[in-house]
Write a protein that binds this ligand. Structure first.
Ligand code: C5P
Length: 241
């Protein structure tokens, strides 16, 4: 189960990130670098974390015209990202440009292709904000399911969504699509700005492929202990599968 746990390194300095990676190396499946750390330390942070801690999930949520996202996806191959994100709302052509460019670049370089993940509706968005601020109609679940199907059709490997939408996506898209869920909160952790949350046990029991957890681990007084408690909860959830 620990291979399915990804730690979000939402810190601003290389030193803080290294401290967490050194403590958690071997205890989790991968480390996620998001816009905070990437923009503070620059692209070399990806290689630095790979050197000391293995697999890196680059979470920069690309959203641009197909050519720009396609070319940037090639860069992700060259950086040997384990996973990276792009917005499903970029549309079919953008998603397909990324999937095709990645496959092509990986074949050219004879390296592993990163897993491409389409971000659906952010886990911090409530149903009310979805309808009245973003201005989309219908339920979040309907939109997430629609985008998941679109991403799958475009050759994307998986989606990022709230654990609340796992069952609907599995029903619509089958077992092969990866489902990566942030918005995971053990009962003992603070909710923070996340809205559509679930515990690690429930998220795994519903069929999540990977869980992304940040603050419950990084803000814990003992991150290793926090990881052990979360992995134990995930093991519990796996029994229900
Ligand atoms: O600290 P916390 O566990 O809330 O961190 C969740 C991580 O997952 C953050 O790095 C956030 O950027 C990311 N994320 C998210 N919701 C999405 C996509 C990514 O919370 N839909």
């Amino acid at each position: 189960m620990k291979e399915k746990l990804i730690v979000a390194l939402d810190v601003s300095t290389r030193d803080q990130a290294f401290e967490l990676v050194k403590q958690l190396d071997g205890e989790v499946g991968a480390f996620k670098i998001g816009m905070q750390l990437y923009n503070s330390e620059g692209p070399d942070i990806v290689r630095d974390i790979q050197r000391i801690g293995g697999k890196v999930f680059v979470d920069l949520k690309f959203h641009d015209i197909p050519n720009t996202v396609g070319q940037t996806s090639r860069v992700m191959v060259r950086r040997e990202a384990f996973m990276f994100t792009l917005h499903a709302s970029g549309g079919f052509k953008m998603l397909k440009a990324a999937a095709d460019s990645c496959a092509d670049e990986a074949a050219l370089l004879k390296v592993d292709k990163p897993l491409l993940l389409a971000v659906t509706v952010l886990t911090s968005i409530s149903q009310d904000a979805f309808n009245n601020e973003i201005g989309l109609s219908g339920t979040i679940e309907q939109q997430v399911t629609k985008w998941a199907a679109l991403a799958k059709q475009a050759g994307i490997d998986g989606v990022v969504c709230s654990p609340w939408e796992i069952s609907a996506i599995r029903h619509a898209c089958g077992e092969n699509l990866l489902i990566v869920t942030p918005g995971v909160r053990p009962a003992w952790a603070a909710k923070g700005d996340q809205e559509r949350i679930m515990t690690p046990k429930e998220a795994i029991a519903r069929g999540a492929s990977y869980l992304v957890v940040g603050r419950p681990i990084t803000a814990h007084t003992n991150p290793v202990e926090a990881v052990k408690m979360i992995v134990a909860e995930m093991e519990e959830g796996a029994k229900a599968l």
